[in-house]
Design a binder for this molecule. Structure first.
Ligand SMILES: [Zn+2]
Length: 352
């Protein structure tokens, strides 16, 4: 999230919380339920340079959120149950569905014991190249290159450029500049090619992130054996789908489903789009996911679920438990839907 927007959002959260406005807005904006997005749940690290920190929360914060949800009377349900409720228009109770993207080992190590303890169903969306150990977690490779070097070289807009990143401020600025430049490239191929070259040049082993951070098929299969757990698809290679051809979108979705079925014995019926914001997945992807028979597909567009989403089952919004907002009162406001209502300027559906 860029600086100004981020500060505004934070101010909006504080204002909503302190004014109690989130309670007044609740009937209007609370929707019928919330799907939560998580990436990492793991103990905080001390490094000052953590550009991907928004993707992680601590186990103690996560447990507080789950306990609060249990006490709130919200119904903690699986993604299959979210589908059923939307399909059958059963909106008697407000639901919350917990989901994890990517298939990190800390989901098994830190989040699972908490969810098991509170008997909370949850979904893990797995990009199959990660347990296959050939995936490219390029955003982490970029982080590692910048963390480990004071000067980095890169072909940037067709010419060699050098970036000084000696202290944490420079590192943060360089990460943001390169990350967002990569994100606006026309194709996923260009993005991957540049990060691969950068990693090689600075001796960062991109393949190592899979083995270090992601669950193996064996770990996934032990998790999948629990009836609380749903395994969903998250493509094979984790590309930004809007930046690959239609044919590639189809094969990413179909192949990931077949690979998971072969490895774990059950065919995934639910999908999460990699990256998942409005620059990463749009109407073309929503249509393909529906045509391929996914019951639901989730984005990372922020928002709560409304009854109208019954007609947009492959474009469901989620709310991210963001590592930069780890205060219990933020979780309360976010889950009420008031904050993301502001974010979306009170439009209940964002499926365009
Ligand atoms: Zn992902």
């Amino acid at each position: 999230m860029e600086g100004v927007k981020y500060k505004l959002f934070r101010t909006a959260l504080e204002t909503l919380y302190f004014s109690g406005a989130h309670l007044m807005l609740r009937p209007l904006l609370g929707g019928v339920g919330t799907i939560l997005t998580l990436h990492h749940v793991r103990p905080a690290r001390r490094d000052r340079f953590q550009p991907n920190r928004l993707l992680e929360v601590t186990p103690s914060y996560f447990e507080r959120v789950i306990r609060r949800l249990r006490r709130s009377g919200a119904q903690l349900v699986s993604i299959d149950e979210v589908y059923r409720r939307l399909k059958e228009r059963d909106f008697r109770g407000r639901f919350v569905s917990v989901t994890f993207d990517d298939g990190y080992r800390d989901t098994l190590e830190f989040a699972y014991p908490i969810l098991k303890n509170y008997e909370v169903p949850f979904t893990v969306y797995v990009a199959t190249s990660f347990p296959d150990r050939v995936g490219e977690l390029w955003w982490l490779a970029l982080e590692a290159v910048i963390a480990q070097n004071e000067l980095i070289g890169l072909r940037f807009d067709g010419r060699d450029r050098w970036f000084e990143c000696r202290d944490v401020h420079e590192k943060r600025a360089v990460y943001d500049q390169i990350y967002w430049w990569l994100r606006q490239l026309d194709t996923e191929d260009e993005l991957r090619h540049i990060v691969r070259e950068l990693a090689t040049r600075h001796r960062v082993d991109m393949a190592a992130f899979c083995a270090d951070l992601c669950m193996s098929w064996q770990e996934l299969s032990s998790l999948a054996a629990d009836p609380l757990v749903t395994i969903g698809a998250h493509t094979v290679n984790h590309p930004i789908l809007s930046k690959v051809s239609e044919k590639a979108v189809r094969s990413e979705l179909e192949n990931s489903r077949s690979v998971i079925e072969a490895a774990l014995g059950a065919r995934p019926e639910h999908l999460a789009y990699p990256v998942g914001d409005n620059t990463a997945a749009g109407p073309r992807e929503f249509k393909i996911a529906a045509e391929l028979g996914f019951k639901t597909a989730v984005t990372t567009r922020p928002g709560v679920v409304f009854r109208q989403h019954a007609k947009h089952l492959t474009a469901l919004p989620r709310i991210s438990l963001n590592g930069n907002f780890q205060r219990p009162r933020y979780a309360k406001v976010l889950i009420s839907g008031a904050a993301t209502g502001l974010w979306n300027r009170f439009r209940p559906i964002s499926a365009a």
